[in-house]
Design a protein around this ligand. Structure first.
Ligand SMILES: Cc1cc2nc3c(=O)[nH]c(=O)nc-3n(C[C@H](O)[C@H](O)[C@H](O)COP(=O)(O)OP(=O)(O)OC[C@H]3O[C@@H](n4cnc5c(N)ncnc54)[C@H](O)[C@@H]3O)c2cc1C
Length: 377
């Protein structure tokens, strides 16, 4: 058994850690306060090869493995969640469905510009009436004279409405009991993108409600065999859970870092608060749980890289790090005292950004349902 990361993994960590410290950290507070999408950072991350990490080089990606990708998402989230989710949603939800299920022509059309990070893509599964019960999709696509005519709406969709968004892959009912995934390019008449939603956290990321009123796309925009949309989105969610699990890990680590630094600096009763055992125990608990979470995330990613079943481990990692990041953000803010409640302290942003990690890509309850199913219940 070998738990060492490879040279390549360590290089990814160093590169992304440096980028996050030098470029993301100085901008994060302002982007959050102004609810501003990080276009400049996306451009720089594209140049670093972070927007299409696991896509093969042949399609314009970096050809990295899932462990490298998880490390990159962890390191970005350690500094800022909005930037991290922009990369994670674009990669795992936006680009992968087209790469995994598209035919050669579809892949050639879409993937190179997405993997290069010149354009962004989104995945539209959630609807106003179909959240955890994602199979309850109501959006319909009807085949008329060689076009899919789409009617319906999607809710809370990440990356669909930026100035560089190219397309959204949506799930739609294409026949009796039949769900398929269809690529809808931005600019399609009848495809409307509402204004950005105002959120508790992830304020610099793009979240929109989408509506389709007789939006027409060519028949060839359907991904894979017609009617396979349900299985396809389950597969996408399994992989996406590794992304969100890596975010939970990174957020917890970032919250720990902030708490450890602050505890060494803040003096009360004539000494740094880090000297008090009550504070040390909180830091010790955080570090212990982070270690457990990291092992879970890397194991799920490693299993995926080995081509072995990973869905159970991905759901477990996502559930564990979602709840871990909640405890870590809470403890870190507590260690910051009143200053932690102030906007100029990064922990207040971490605290707000944390909650969605227990909701997106399947709530904690949904993860427990998935895990129980894998346990045979
Ligand atoms: C910022 C943000 C970004 C997002 N980005 C995307 C995106 O890019 N693409 C996309 O498709 N979606 C996206 N989502 C949607 C997200 O995946 C859903 O919000 C999530 O799946 C939960 O669905 P819901 O919000 O409708 O909650 P609901 O399903 O209505 O759940 C409400 C509550 O009921 C519980 N619940 C539901 N069913 C059960 C059950 N059977 N047993 C026990 N408890 C249950 C849930 O756990 C939850 O606590 C995003 C959401 C947010 C907030």
């Amino acid at each position: 058994m070998n738990l060492d990361l490879t040279e390549e993994h360590e290089l990814v960590r160093r590169t992304v850690r440096d980028f996050a410290a030098e470029r993301v950290a100085p901008a994060a507070e302002e982007l959050d306060r102004e609810h501003r999408f990080p276009y400049e950072l996306v451009k720089e991350m594209a140049e670093l090869g972070l927007m299409g990490m696991t896509i093969p080089e042949e399609y314009g990606g970096a050809g990295a493995d899932t462990v490298s990708y998880a490390i990159a998402i962890e390191e970005l989230t350690r500094v800022d969640s909005s930037v991290a989710i922009t990369v994670a949603a674009h990669h795992s939800l936006g680009t992968l469905p087209i790469y995994l299920f598209g035919n050669d022509e579809q892949k050639r059309e879409w993937v190179p510009q997405l993997a290069a990070g010149e354009k962004l893509a989104a995945f539209g599964l959630t609807e106003p009436e179909a959240g955890s019960d994602a199979g309850a999709t109501r959006t319909r696509a009807e085949l008329q004279d060689g076009d899919w005519v789409i009617n319906g709406s999607k809710m809370f969709i990440t990356n669909a409405g930026t100035d560089i968004s190219a397309c959204v892959t949506i799930t739609a009912i294409t026949g009796e009991g039949e769900i398929s995934n269809i690529v809808v390019p931005n600019g399609t008449p009848g495809y409307e993108i509402a204004a950005p939603m105002q959120k508790l956290g992830w304020r610099a990321s793009d979240t929109r409600e989408l509506s389709f009123r007789d939006a027409k796309v060519p028949e060839g925009n359907l991904l894979g065999p017609r009617g396979k949309g349900f299985q396809q989105f389950l597969e996408i969610l399994d992989g996406g859970r590794i992304s969100v699990a890596a975010m939970g890990l990174g957020l917890a680590q970032g919250a720990y870092d902030l708490a450890a630094t602050y505890a060494r600096e803040r003096q009360q009763f004539g000494k740094p608060i880090a000297k008090f055992q009550a504070i040390q125990f909180q830091l010790a608990d955080m570090a212990t749980e982070i270690e457990a979470g990291r092992n879970m995330v890397y194991k799920a990613a490693w299993l995926k890289d080995q081509g072995r079943p990973f869905a159970r481990e991905a759901a477990m990692a996502k559930l564990y790090t979602g709840e871990l990041s909640n405890r870590a953000a809470n403890a870190s803010l507590q260690i910051h005292g009143g200053y932690g409640f102030m906007d100029e302290y990064a922990i207040s942003r971490f605290y707000r950004d944390q909650k969605i990690l227990e909701i997106g890509e399947g709530t904690n309850e949904v993860q427990r349902m998935v895990i129980a199913k894998h346990l045979g219940f």
